[in-house]
Write a protein that binds this ligand. Structure first.
Ligand code: XBP
Ligand code: MG
Length: 270
């Protein structure tokens, strides 16, 4: 039971919810998580395909594991004799990959990024709602949260908008629009935390302008136009993050006060 609900206290922030992207934002899942899981699935089927760290960085231009496999076949495997039921083949490959990825999560192989648990706890204690808007599957989200060391973490989220529930994945706005719908909130009542250019364009497309980006090795250098603040991580009071775009304000690191100041700057002119 969050502190605020025990004492009926609700710190006054200008927003009511935080919407988090997952891969690259809540945890650094791509290079040492999804990527080896794809490679293990290829090996399961005897495919001589190996996605190196570098190649995977190029493949991340396409969101969605199934879509990424198709993109790889089209662009890097023109000689591949595709089976008649290519959709079935890709879906089977992706199911295998997801099984490998879930195994890794259950072995505790992928921790949350620094500062994420602190910010989630601060938001929950302040009575703010939490949501996820991601391209990966719902089962991957629940497993990542559950295996974070805090088994009750999935229950902190009012909304988990994930995967194939929308027709068009990021950079299309669909998944953020669905998260807003399920939260029953307007875009200006939310703050978004993302990691990639695709995620920024998706959130902005849904009208979500109070947008923080925490870059990682794969996404630094991408185009974050329109993001209110871009940092290399959430940081801590004694370890402020590097600010790559925008201004972090008084706190010097990403806490609710900094997100509120960012939100105020974004909507000041409205
Ligand atoms: C990142 C993605 C996902 C993952 C792989 O999602 O694009 O496709 O790379 O997961 P986000 P799946 O940054 O929106 O969290 O194979 O389950 O798609
Ligand atoms: Mg991401």
């Amino acid at each position: 039971m969050p502190v605020s609900q025990i004492f009926g206290v609700r710190e006054m922030y200008d927003f009511g919810a935080l919407i988090f992207d997952v891969d690259g934002t809540l945890a650094d899942t791509e290079r040492d998580g999804h990527r080896p899981a794809f490679n293990a699935a290829f090996a399961d089927l005897g495919l001589a395909w190996t996605w190196s760290e570098e190649l995977y960085g190029a493949l991340l231009a396409v969101t969605g594991g199934k879509e990424r496999i198709r993109y790889f076949i089209d662009r890097w495997q023109p000689e591949f004799t595709a089976p008649e039921d290519l959709d079935g083949f890709v879906s089977d490959l992706h199911r295998r990959k997801t099984a490998h990825y879930l195994d890794m999560l259950r072995r505790g192989a992928i921790p949350l990024r620094a500062g994420v648990m602190r910010l989630l706890r601060e938001a929950r204690n302040a009575g703010l709602r939490l949501a996820v808007a991601t391209t990966t599957t719902p089962e991957n989200v629940v497993a990542l949260l559950k295996c974070s060391g805090y088994r009750e973490l999935p229950g902190w989220f009012d909304v988990i908008a994930a995967g194939d529930v929308v027709a068009a994945k990021k950079p299309a706005p669909d998944i953020f629009q669905l998260a807003l719908e399920e939260l029953g909130l307007k875009a200006r009542e939310c703050v978004v935390v993302e990691d990639s250019g695709n995620g920024v364009r998706s959130a902005l497309g849904a009208g979500l302008r109070a947008l923080l980006v925490t870059v990682n090795a794969y996404t630094q250098g991408q185009d974050f136009s329109g993001a209110a603040l871009v940092v290399d991580g959430l940081g801590e009071s004694d370890a402020p993050p590097r600010v790559l775009q925008g201004s972090i304000g008084g706190s010097g690191y990403v806490n609710l006060a900094a997100l509120n100041a960012m939100h105020r700057r974004v909507y000041a002119g409205d």
